[in-house]
Write a new protein. Structure first.
Length: 624
């Protein structure tokens, strides 16, 4: 998050003031990193960002692969040099993306741009983007989780200059200032203003490219046996991240066992080490502190209430009468233990919220009230902190690190049978095959069903086949959503009903801003006009999606969306070519786009500025 960084001993303004006092004799720092004696060292426009680039072992300046790739793109082009090929790595199991980039690559040739589209396994793709070795464009779908409704999850992690998940390494100082402000603003209306202003800069500077909003959430379920399913905006009816359906659904007959199909089961049964599936299923077993309703409004869950004391402090009240699945009462001491355990040990999914927590104090044990104080003003208390955190039973977790001889990484813990206080209890489990969740009849929001059987089927075709034969009742929808052609197949099943839910998803690309050719705002502007977004929406997605109205992460339908941002650049190859020509680009005899001469003043000014005129770049500088 925005505030979680070391304090810089001297900011750029102070440094420049000192330089003026010294008569300009002091140089801005540079970092030799992996440079040899013959290579020029990297330098930053704002040295305070060095704590991102030069302080993480194995990343950025301390990564030979990254340094070699970056160095090649920070050199001024030679006369007549073609624009670098655009390298894009896409997951091999994402055929929609592959098909879209085939079309966009063909279109780009019309304006002299060449792509290198590479397919990689999901694991390799994640490894490359996490190391910032993915090339020119990082492509990514949104996968919605409750805590990701908060705008900071995307505005910070994908675009903030001090966040390692800013895969395009965009460093717009005006944007970063707004992110700092929204992170520490506890007034909701003022925070919304900062978030909307940040979206304007994000769209105006053409860092992100929204390829499509969606795809739409289209689900099929066994309506012959089940009623009272709940559609949750952005999640649908059968997403384990939003369990309203599984709590509220009613059987139409004697059947009280629900069968849900997924393409993969749990990667671990330790919620602290969890990836996608155990994150969602685990928080059906361990109660969250707060939840949301079908319209994405935050509501109390394991907490009965909370009261803000000041901009860093809240009193939170635990719900009365809760029990863990082994019969032990849930107490305020379990909650305090959980917070203290996470702050001391955890460095995974819960750390993103708990790293801001400064202290906890039980102020009224009888009334089940604990006071939580944060290190700085904390804007994301309701929409992130309460949504992310669960309650761990102290009688199980209190000595677990010592018992299992784990030094300081609870992700290494073996949790054979998770015990929480949630509406579902961990039952029988056959790894990679099936998992039983039984209903917690003592839960304050007890489901009407007796159990959920989650069964693994590796393909959507296989899941549809099982739905047709009534071997399953639902298809878990956090990753899989039906396409219109698959809907036709499901509609032929007499017992099946189709449900469509408003989505707030997106599929985007972020460009590598410090590199040529992306440093040139006019190139970015032309490139955006070369993307036929309608193709993705209408062909690979079969019309089950929306054309983006802007390049914001917070799409229409999100409670944080700003409708008053620059519109999406339309697909227009002629306009793209006209922009490039006006910016000094030319074309070789083979049709390849050529850089403007390095001494072209307009080009040189744009490349040094990087961001759109009026903003300030703080990231990597070109070599002289």
């Amino acid at each position: 998050m925005a505030r979680d960084r070391e304090k810089c001993p001297m900011d750029r303004r102070s440094l420049l003031q000192l330089m003026s006092v010294l008569g300009g004799s002091m140089a801005l720092p540079s970092w030799p990193s992996t440079a040899t004696a013959q290579e020029e060292a990297f330098s930053l426009a704002n040295p305070s960002y060095a704590r991102m680039y030069d302080n993480i072992s194995g990343f950025y300046f301390k990564d030979d692969v990254w340094a070699k790739e970056a160095r090649a793109r920070l050199k001024w082009p030679t006369p007549g040099q073609p624009v670098h090929d655009i390298r894009v790595v896409v997951p091999a199991d994402a055929p929609d993306t592959v098909d879209a980039f085939r079309k966009w690559s063909t279109d780009a040739k019309e304006i002299g741009i060449r792509y290198q589209v590479e397919q990689a396994s999901q694991a390799r793709w994640l490894e490359l983007i996490n190391k910032h070795q993915h090339g020119d464009i990082e492509v990514h779908p949104s996968i919605l989780r409750p805590e990701r409704i908060d705008p900071a999850e995307w505005l910070v992690s994908r675009a903030y200059g001090f966040d390692r998940r800013n895969y395009g390494e965009w460093v717009n100082e005006q944007y970063d200032k707004l992110i700092d402000l929204q992170t520490s603003e506890s007034d909701k209306d003022m925070r919304l203003k900062y978030v909307k202003d940040a979206q304007k800069i994000l769209c105006d500077d053409l860092y992100t490219c929204q390829f499509g909003w969606g795809p739409a959430i289209i689900e099929a379920y066994n309506a012959a046996d089940w009623d009272n399913v709940v559609r949750v905006r952005g999640f649908g009816i059968s997403n384990f991240n939003a369990i309203q359906s599984f709590i509220g659904m009613k059987p139409k007959g004697a059947k009280k066992s629900v069968r849900v199909g997924m393409t993969a089961l749990l990667e671990t049964t330790n919620i602290i080490a969890a990836g996608n599936n155990m994150r969602s299923i685990g928080r059906m077993i361990y109660d969250r502190l707060a939840y949301f309703d079908e319209n994405l409004n935050t509501i109390p869950w394991a907490l009965e209430s909370w009261k803000q004391i000041d901009d860093r402090t809240w009193d939170i009240k635990l719900r009365d009468g809760m029990q863990f699945h082994d019969g032990k009462l849930v107490t305020i001491r379990d909650l305090q233990f959980t917070f203290d355990f996470m702050r001391k040990h955890e460095r995974g999914i819960f750390w993103t919220a708990n790293r801001f927590l400064a202290s906890t104090e039980i102020t009224d044990e009888g009334a089940r009230i604990i006071r939580v104080k944060f290190k700085e003003p904390y804007a994301q208390f309701e929409s992130y902190f309460l949504q992310l955190n669960v309650i761990l039973p102290q009688h199980i977790w209190g000595n677990i690190m010592q018992e299992q001889k784990i030094a300081d990484d609870p992700r290494q813990l073996r949790i054979d049978k998770p015990i929480g206080s949630g509406p579902f209890m961990f039952g029988r489990h056959r790894k990679d095959t099936e998992l039983q969740l039984t209903t917690n009849k003592k839960h304050f929001s007890k489901p009407s069903i007796n159990e959920i059987w989650i069964v693994a089927t590796p393909t959507l075709d296989g899941l549809l086949g099982r739905l047709e034969s009534q071997e399953i009742d639902f298809i878990e929808s956090s990753v899989i959503s039906l396409k219109p052609s698959q809907v036709k197949q499901a509609e032929a099943m007499p017992h099946v009903k189709i449900v469509k839910t408003d989505d707030i998803n997106w599929y985007h690309g972020v460009v590598r801003m410090p590199w040529l050719p992306w440093r040139d705002y006019e190139f970015r502007r032309a490139w955006q006009h070369s993307i036929d977004r309608a193709f993705l929406v209408n062909v690979p997605w079969e019309g089950a999606g929306r054309l983006p109205k802007s390049n914001s992460f917070l799409v229409e339908g999100s409670p944080w969306n700003n409708p008053d941002v620059p519109a999406i650049p339309e697909f227009d190859l002629k306009k793209a070519k006209d922009i490039l020509q006006a910016a000094g680009y030319t074309w070789g005899s083979d049709g390849r786009l050529l850089y403007p001469p390095a001494d072209n003043k307009g080009f040189r000014d744009r490349v040094n500025r990087v961001v759109k005129e009026g903003y300030t770049w703080g990231g990597l500088k070109m070599f002289s």
